[in-house]
Design a protein around this ligand. Sequence first.
Ligand SMILES: Cc1ncc(COP(=O)(O)O)c(C=O)c1O
Length: 366
Amino acid sequence: MAAYEYLGMPREEIDTPVLLVELEVLEANIEMLARHFRESGKHLRPHTKSHKTPAIAHKQLEAGAIGITCAKLGEAEAMAQAGINDILVANEVIGPKKITRLMSLARHCDIMVAVDNPENLAQLEEAAARAGVKPRILIEVNIGHNRCGVAAGSQAAVELAKAAARCRHLRFFGLMGYEGHVVDLEDREAREGGARECLQRLVNTRADIEGEGVAVQICSASGTGDYYLSTTYAGITEVQAGSYALMDVAYGKLDLGFGYALSILTTVVSRPSPERVITDAGLKALTPEHGLPLVKDHWELECHALSEEHGRLRTRQGTSDIPVGAVLEFIPGHGCTTVNLYDQLHAIRKGRLEAIWPVAGRGKSR
Ligand SMILES: Cc1ncc(COP(=O)(O)O)c(C=O)c1O
């Protein structure tokens, strides 16, 4: 059957396991964050690494996002192919093969990439000159996450920004930092205190660079767990939050006001005892590295383990009368890596299938 022949089908009749998005919740999440940015006067550049789905990116742009963020060049290519123009790859683009791809992409969208070392900057400048394009550059600053980035507050950060600003074929736009070690901390005080330290490092580094006469237009940071802090800093211009759109169990624990839009529909395949429920969604249908899934609308059931192809549930108390053949929904522990297991996202409104969206960025880790 062609995909359109499934549209209108009740959720329970879709074959499982299948990845679902609840449109009412997705749209409410997108609107809630968009409103915050309208009111704060700052820019949102949502990270699409979570949903990897151009249809959702377009909704975010329509709601006011200034552009999008991608983790990888391959994701950016998929988004550009879907008609999106303003794209930040919040990552270093290293090696001749990828640099060539980046310069090609620069002909089709207004791409911006992170740089954290002078050799890479020189290679990008040379490749841009050869290709006759002018991609935008942000210097990535290590503000405490200790992943990529030139050290915050260092002379090296200032020198790199000056070198970027001197490039004739790259357009230096500013800085990015990411406080990924604190954005999802459940303890609010620890999360906010940690984030403030990191964000202060970023704005101090911005001041160092501007103190040397180099103009910074963009200063980008933060995720779903601390976006509301970033928007209080005069020196930060935009935010890269992404998980807020779909959400997952890990971020749900932070009580941020976003709803669970993402789920995996799964069928009960066995009832080995009155306390045990076995379903057809396991490790190949959802990822557990940030915790096991919740069973939506059945809080009396607990998922205690995932095998490759089975979800293993037990009752929290007493027994369950859920029959074999019933369908349940898992809210995944980690949305970003779960979505990466699917080619399509089935969009549900009022209990019926409204659209089937390609997850175009799925597996685009190159
Ligand atoms: C560079 C970068 N920016 C922003 C984010 C924000 O994502 P989230 O909304 O999941 O907190 C991430 C997440 O991994 C990231 O790697």
